[in-house]
Design a protein around this ligand. Sequence first.
Ligand code: IMP
Ligand code: MG
Length: 173
Amino acid sequence: MRVIIPEQRIAARVQELAEAINRDFAGRKLLVLGILKGSLIFLADLVRRLRLPIRYEVVVLSSYKDGTTPGDVDFFGELPAARPDEEILIVEDIIDTGHTLERLRDWLNEQYDRPVSLCVFLNKLGRRDADVAPDYVGFTLRTRAFVVGYGLDYAEGYRNLPYIAALESGETA
Ligand code: IMP
Ligand code: MG
């Protein structure tokens, strides 16, 4: 396993993202919708740096059943209702092929009567297939490597690592 984004860089970048969101949504109310399980850690760090009236809610969504092979996207549970005066910001862990976020965005646009903004911690470009453009990106990775940590898993493991690491060949077998 190789550390590619250390803890201190993550903290600094999350602060910058929060500042951008604070600026862009100044004077407005925000419903922050975290997509679990992957965004749990990022969501917790991000919302604590927001200086806006916010609520956060979570939705459980899973696309990879196990390991690293993309499967069907499943949505679980009810979507939280947005109050009339709230803007909606989706928080996701990573975009890889883009299929998950594309389906999620389409689903949310059907469910909510207003536009949703997208914030992703990692934007992985090596396998992009669907056309989705997040509004806020933590880090862009120009790689196909499978990464773990800071909420991201391999077969449910490694989510608790405080940094982002790339699994090396053999470790995903
Ligand atoms: P996509 O549909 O290919 O964009 O995949 C998105 C989902 O796959 C993410 O929400 C993650 O759950 C998972 N995923 C994609 N790449 C990685 C990775 O490098 N590490 C961990 N999970 C990943
Ligand atoms: Mg995910």
